[in-house]
Design a protein around this ligand. Sequence first.
Ligand code: GUN
Length: 304
Amino acid sequence: MNSSDIKGVQKHVATIIDGAAVAARLHSDLKRAVENLAERGLTPGLAVVLVGNDPASSVYVRNKVRRSVEAGFRSFHHELPSTTGEKDLLCLIDRLNAADDVDGILVQLPLPAHIDAQKVTAAIDPKKDVDGFHPINVGKLSLGDSASVPCTPLGCMLLIREARSRLAGLNAVIVGRSNIVGKPLAQLLLRENCTVTIAHSKTEDLPSVCRRADILVAAVGQLELVRGEWIKPGATVIDVGINRVERDGRRKLVGDVDFASASAIAGALTPVPGGVGPMTIACLLRNTIEAACRRHGVASPIES
Ligand code: GUN
């Protein structure tokens, strides 16, 4: 927490949680882990599958492939046209499941409407499911068993730990109940003994619910929904939103939190861009290394 002195008036300014810096640290640790595994004859392999040409998904997939190559992985990149049938996609997944040099499989979501995403997710070998979306891994997370944990919630947890060393007993409020972020993050916070609330579009008096949070996570995809007056003074605020807007004739990324008003109240806050976003790919690479080690019965060089 900081304060800035403007014309003699002390004004509170939240500490910025620098996701880009934390992710850069993680990438260099992961690169070292891959070098260590290579000395033992193991090179992790990651297959990334994109169906269609959604511009945002194309950017995410390109970055995932680039980062995996930089980390020293074997990278397998499959780009399929938007007209690809569900059967053809399931055939590709079968081949990737059977391929010995593939340790992790990621099918970028959302998929075109004619493909059943749940069926596709369930077709991935749970041992290669580095997204943590397979029903078996979802179940393991809720049971507290070890399994791949979805990348964005894992990134959120690592950033929360940057701001808070003790989480037990804190009130955590997550705005958004998606399978990709809200629900798995609730499990991770529960595992840390937080008192967890998941708020959503039907929640009554959302501002009051948010004001109870010591840890507030916004993951709804609504531009600057959470404002300073919704935040408990000193709270840790994690902004998962990535909303593309045009302001002053320029295209910008803006979060689900109104950064200006939130930074005057929160204790610590993630920016957009440069907060949760960079963590997601780092966590994907981490999950892939862990999956490779589990598949090959090798001790993981990554510290938990
Ligand atoms: N689309 C948005 N986030 C994700 C993610 O974490 N994994 C996959 N596979 N698709 C996504």
